[in-house]
Design a protein around this ligand. Structure first.
Ligand SMILES: [Ca+2]
Ligand SMILES: [Ca+2]
Length: 387
């Protein structure tokens, strides 16, 4: 008993002595939080204590201020703490101890941080990037991160949500740059395919006599290469005559509709741009048959009431059964061919002859926007041909 009591007193004395000396240890816990590849890993650093007695630092931490229910030891003045729940806030304080781990300093200042949830990174792959309409493409989501929502835009007017495997069929020939947007608790991300999907018209093997006029294709080589070149010229298909040179045509106001803004010819004649509330006709005598196709690049930067194109024979009124409405806030015209509305160029392939036929005098381009006179529409590399 005596020995035990003596030992106890001696221990208390030592503790007291070391403990008093330990009071002088001051720790500044620097709020150096960084998150590594594994986002839930937190790095901490603090000023070292310049005292030979200090053998270990204890980092105490927990999900509430002053309530530290976790602790890690380290011999140096930094620590890496792993496995913290994403989105939670944690509080940290450090103290220095001697080798006994009994004699320790008080806690340093407390610091806290919220464990950030990493933003998802969107990406996808496709099983093909080219083919003949109708072209069915399998899209596979390869995004990373925590994802709670997906939005697929195929840019032919169709979209899909949520699924990680999506099959989409492009029925209208053209060049489509699909994109996937993902969202999660850490944010959102959008991935735009680096390689567009080129959908070619159904192969034309009937040796249509009108193809002989396609000798002029050379003049549109530069334009085609950025849009539908791989679909058209690459295959040597002769379905595509030279596009309209708008500079070679006279634009005529459509009665009662050509009210604001105007028409500008761009790209050396290959593009007609309408702005405001503008309708234009140009003389283009053509007999629309069951095989007639009108094909063009289209782009809009500002949405108006009706954006579109069609044939007509003059006159004072617009017949909605003749005009294709590509987009707009007004429900008017043939709306089977839709622009996705993202501001980029989209190739349209419209089988006009499947909607109407007969002899026509004009092509009509319209950018109707009576309310705001603020629309924008561009038509480029336009061709009319027999399929
Ligand atoms: Ca109008
Ligand atoms: Ca209108």
């Amino acid at each position: 008993m005596w020995h035990e009591e003596k030992l106890y007193r001696l221990t208390q004395k030592l503790r007291s002595r070391i403990g008093k000396r330990s009071i002088g240890w001051l720790l500044c816990l620097c709020p150096l939080f960084s998150q590594g590849a594994s986002a839930e890993t937190i790095q901490l650093a603090w000023d070292p204590v310049q005292d030979g007695q200090v053998a270990v630092y204890q980092v105490h931490y927990g999900p509430a201020s002053g309530q530290y229910n976790n602790m890690v030891d380290t011999a140096v003045n930094t620590a890496s703490i792993q496995g913290l729940p994403l989105g939670s806030t944690y509080y940290f304080a450090v103290r220095a101890c001697d080798t006994s781990l009994i004699n320790c300093s008080g806690f340093s200042n407390e610091v806290s941080t919220t464990i950030q949830i990493p933003s998802p990174a969107a990406s996808f792959t496709t099983n093909t990037v080219a083919g003949t309409a109708p072209l069915t493409v399998l899209f596979t989501d390869t995004s990373t991160g925590t994802i709670t929502g997906r939005n697929w835009q195929f840019h032919d007017g169709d979209s899909a949500t949520d699924a990680t495997l999506v099959t989409h069929t492009y029925t209208v020939p053209g060049t489509y740059t699909a994109q996937l947007s993902v969202t999660g608790p850490g944010g959102s991300d959008t991935f735009v395919a680096s390689t567009p999907i080129v959908v070619q018209p159904p192969s034309n093997t009937d040796g249509n006599g009108s193809d002989g006029s396609t000798g002029g294709d050379g003049s549109d080589g530069s334009d085609d290469s950025s849009n539908d070149g791989s679909g058209n010229d690459g295959t040597g298909n002769m379905y595509n005559p030279a596009p309209i040179d708008f500079n070679a045509h006279t634009l005529v106001s459509f009665p009662g509709q050509d009210l604001a803004g105007g028409a500008v010819i761009e790209d050396g004649g290959s593009t007609l741009r309408l702005t405001g509330n503008t309708w234009k006709r140009l003389a283009y005598p053509y007999t629309v048959t069951g095989s007639t196709v009108i094909e063009f690049d289209y782009r809009s930067d500002l949405l108006g009431e009706i954006h579109g194109i069609g044939f007509d024979n003059g006159g004072a009124s617009a017949n909605p059964a003749r005009f294709f409405a590509l987009e707009g806030t007004q429900d008017w015209g043939i709306s089977s061919y839709s622009y996705p509305g993202d501001g980029g160029w989209v190739r349209f392939w419209i089988p006009v002859g499947q909607h109407y036929g007969g002899n026509f005098d004009n092509l009509v381009f319209f950018m109707d926007d009576d309310a705001n006179a603020a629309g924008d529409a561009r038509f480029r590399n336009l061709v009319v041909y027999e399929e």
